[in-house]
Design a protein around this ligand. Sequence first.
Ligand SMILES: CC(C)(COP(=O)(O)OP(=O)(O)OC[C@H]1O[C@@H](n2cnc3c(N)ncnc32)[C@H](O)[C@@H]1OP(=O)(O)O)[C@@H](O)C(=O)NCCC(=O)NCCS
Length: 131
Amino acid sequence: MIRYADSLEGIAPEQVQGFFVGWRHPFPPETHLRMLAGSDLAQLAIDDETNRVVGFVAALTDGVQGAFITLLEVLPEYQGQGIGQALMEQMLQRLGHIQTIELMCDPELVPFYERFGMKPSSGMVLRRREP
Ligand SMILES: CC(C)(COP(=O)(O)OP(=O)(O)OC[C@H]1O[C@@H](n2cnc3c(N)ncnc32)[C@H](O)[C@@H]1OP(=O)(O)O)[C@@H](O)C(=O)NCCC(=O)NCCS
């Protein structure tokens, strides 16, 4: 069964393997955990049987006006089971008091995010290193 956690307590790097699929420079588990710890909010999906983290979403926020969802990923073998949707719903609930929630995504992900009431907008990005 999948359980969801809003804290990194008790999570070790060995449990956070296999993410950043398709990235040229995938982050090692230790760095990934540091990124999650440095986020204002992180939500995890954990496979109860293996204790492995199988999905996560992270966000930065000023606590009032804006929040930015930095990363959302579900491990390939766990995709298509509603985990990504659950993580987004939980994160949006935790950000319920924030006026504007933004994220960047590829065009093919637009229909996924529209499910949560999000609308396409324009944005700018400075990439110092290709993902
Ligand atoms: C995008 C991602 C997080 C979705 O997670 P997931 O657990 O596979 O998605 P879910 O099973 O919760 O899907 C929920 C619904 O959204 C739909 N959906 C999933 N991915 C979709 C997509 N790319 N476009 C449109 N709809 C999508 C599903 O078909 C499902 O619909 P249903 O309820 O009618 O069956 C996952 O595919 C992923 O990690 N992809 C690689 C990393 C990535 O692209 N992250 C987003 C960066 S912006």
